[in-house]
Ligand binder design. Structure first.
Ligand SMILES: [Fe+2]
Ligand SMILES: [Fe+2]
Ligand SMILES: [Fe+2]
Length: 252
């Protein structure tokens, strides 16, 4: 919609330009409203400031419409286009990015809206051991948060803190499973813990690659796929075996 307006030649009829920008303002308004509804639902702390920014953008579009309704020079038209594009880009880079950064972490699936590629925590991954299942659900969310950050990388989100979060949260979970293994299934411990180590090592590798501009990971999506695949395989093999050895009071 913005592109229609930006690419219109300076010789276009003013009425045509006004029509375009009206359409653009109309769709921007609908988009802003749905974004504000989302932010309200998420109890976003800077909602009012974000709302004000939307109102300023709409007012700016209104002023452009008014100015275009009388005749403008080609230079003035160019200036109006550049200013409007700049204002929208700044909003996306600052205000929109601010909530994306917060909600990649809290509600990755809702923010990204690309749930198809994400890890779907479902009954199929449930082991019938409530504490482990709850922890696994949390870990799935942490992996999805990284994916959400990865696909927003182009907008300036740094995925490294999300990888570090995966590292810390998996580490805590591995410690918990280590205790359970030693207590209830010591003969399974060596193989199981070695598999945890291999996951931790691949994360270490990913983190050092992310911090080194020379060796930058090109395909964060592939990294996510690899982590996700490990998680599913490990849950349905080693963790399932462990869960089956747990005493009844730790099972559903
Ligand atoms: Fe916005
Ligand atoms: Fe495990
Ligand atoms: Fe596990």
């Amino acid at each position: 919609m913005l592109n229609d307006f930006l690419t219109t030649p300076p010789t276009a009829e003013p009425a045509q330009l006004v029509e375009q920008i009206k359409r653009m303002a109309h769709s921007a308004q609908a988009h802003f409203l749905s974004e504000e509804k989302f932010l309200t639902d998420q109890h976003y702390p800077r909602l009012q400031a974000h709302r004000n920014a939307h109102a300023r953008l709409l007012r700016r579009m209104g002023l452009v419409i008014r100015e275009l309704s009388s005749s403008v020079t080609p230079i003035r038209l160019l200036a109006l286009k550049v200013q409007l594009k700049d204002a929208l880009a700044r909003h996306i880079r600052h205000e929109d990015l601010d909530y994306a950064r917060i909600y990649c972490d809290h509600r990755p699936n809702e923010v990204c809206g690309v749930t198809d590629d994400m890890l779907d925590w479902s009954q199929e991954l449930s082991l019938g051991a409530p504490t482990l299942d709850r922890e696994h659900g949390e870990l799935a969310r942490t992996l999805n948060a990284f994916y959400c950050a990865a696909i927003h990388e182009a907008y300036g989100i740094d995925p490294s803190p999300f990888v570090r979060k995966i590292q810390t949260r998996f580490q805590a979970h591995f410690e918990h499973e280590k205790e359970l293994l030693e207590r209830y299934a010591p003969e399974l411990a060596a193989v199981h813990l070695a598999d945890h180590d291999s996951f931790s090592q691949s994360l270490d590798g990913a983190l050092s690659a992310l911090s080194d501009p020379e060796d930058r990971i090109e395909d964060l999506g592939a990294l996510f796929d690899a982590l996700q695949l490990w998680f599913i395989r490990h849950t349905l093999t080693a963790d399932l075996e462990l869960a089956e050895r747990l005493p009844n009071e730790l099972r559903d």
